[in-house]
Design a protein around this ligand. Structure first.
Ligand code: PLP
Length: 355
């Protein structure tokens, strides 16, 4: 049995992959989901259901639009300032990792970025808490889950300015209060669906205030008007996202999956803290429930443990090159039985390797 702890792209339940593959062969009257027109009522219904499910699962209030776009979260790094920042204005950013850093870099084309705090000096192993967000910022941007380093900010910093969040790697994993945010974006490929779609949840009233000249494809208002079909949408990615959101709803929704995610994270961190061979890499209070990063007290044991884990069915636990060690990504689709299997291997390895 394989256990997929990979960081993505696209860790989804087997049953979703099965339904998706069937639709490639025959979605309607022998035609593939890939070949029917995206303007057919059947595909329009797919987009409508995907949007409805996203709104329902996250309890999105009135006055917000949900979009399925392309270009990944990386395009949002630029689209956000392009749509929300006027020349001469400053936007505030919390620097908690490479993704936040890339977002900051894009601001200079439209205005100024003010980094309110950074944990760069500690290789992003914690989330800075002590910072102020100037009230004249056009918006405040933060990354809720830092996929590479394994830190997560579960609360929204208090501020009067509009809040923008890159939620790529923890959206749909926990209950959020969307009304605390003005814009949320997420590359779909962790807990939503395949790479190729990007979900944006935007408060309508924050748009249309910039004097920037925005190309149509990069203007949120064009996509709202076009119902996520301003141009040919990523049909397969949206279809599979819709299937996966149906699966999430059938599991009891975000509140239920959050309970499971907490149980999975607790099980793994408990073993990391208990087992003398392993240690976590991040500040305990900032530990991510999605990406669990750890190393070994004796670095010489890391290769043998990786080999042992891989031989026993563990996929994708090698840490990101900028952190080293191990990263077990425990997204929604990973069952708790896989976490238990990893914990057992850690215990078995410790028994064999402890002096
Ligand atoms: N933001 C976060 C938190 C991510 O984890 C990633 C990718 O893993 C990105 C942004 C970049 O997303 P994309 O590859 O969709 O541009």
């Amino acid at each position: 049995m394989r256990h997929n702890f990979g960081a993505g792209p696209c860790i989804l339940p087997q049953e979703v992959f099965k339904q998706a593959s069937q639709a490639v062969l025959d979605f309607k009257d022998g035609l593939s989901i890939l070949e029917i027109s995206h303007r057919t009522p059947e595909f329009e219904a797919v987009v409508a259901e995907a949007v409805k499910l996203a709104k329902e699962l996250l309890n999105v209030p009135e006055g917000y639009s949900v979009l399925f776009l392309q270009g990944g979260a990386s395009l949002q790094f630029a689209m956000v300032p392009m749509n929300l920042l006027n020349e001469g204005q400053t936007a505030s950013y919390l620097e908690t990792g490479v993704w936040a850093n890339k977002a900051i870099k894009e601001v200079k084309n439209f205005g100024k970025a003010n980094v309110v705090a950074s944990s760069k000096e500690a290789n992003f192993t914690y989330i800075p808490k002590d910072f102020t967000i100037p009230e004249d910022s056009a918006y405040f941007h933060f990354t809720s889950n830092n996929t590479i380093y394994g830190t997560e900010l579960l609360t929204v910093p208090v501020t009067k300015v509009p809040v923008v969040c890159d939620m790529s790697s923890d959206i749909m994993s926990r209950v959020i209060d969307v009304s605390q945010y003005d814009l949320i974006y997420a590359g779909a490929q962790k807990n939503i669906g395949p790479a190729g779609a990007t979900v944006v949840i935007v408060k309508d009233e924050i748009l249309g205030k910039t004097t920037n000249k925005i190309p149509s494809m990069l203007d949120y208002r064009q996509h709202i008007e076009g119902g996520s079909m301003y141009n040919t949408p990523p049909v397969f990615a949206i279809y599979v996202a819709m299937l996966n959101l149906r699966w999430l709803k059938s599991k009891g929704g975000v509140a239920e999956i959050e309970k499971e995610n907490i149980a999975k994270a607790n099980a793994l961190y408990t073993e990391i803290d208990r087992n003398p061979l392993f240690k976590g890499t991040c500040a305990v209070e900032d530990r991510s429930r999605m990406n669990v990063c750890f190393v070994m007290e004796n670095p010489e044991l890391e290769k043998p443990f990786l080999k042992f884990a891989e031989e026993n069915g563990m996929e994708g636990i090698k840490g990101h090159r900028s952190v080293g060690g191990f990263r077990a990504s425990i997204y929604n689709a990973l069952p708790i039985t896989s976490v238990h299997a990893l914990v057992e291997l850690m215990q078995e390895f410790a028994e064999k390797n402890q002096k």
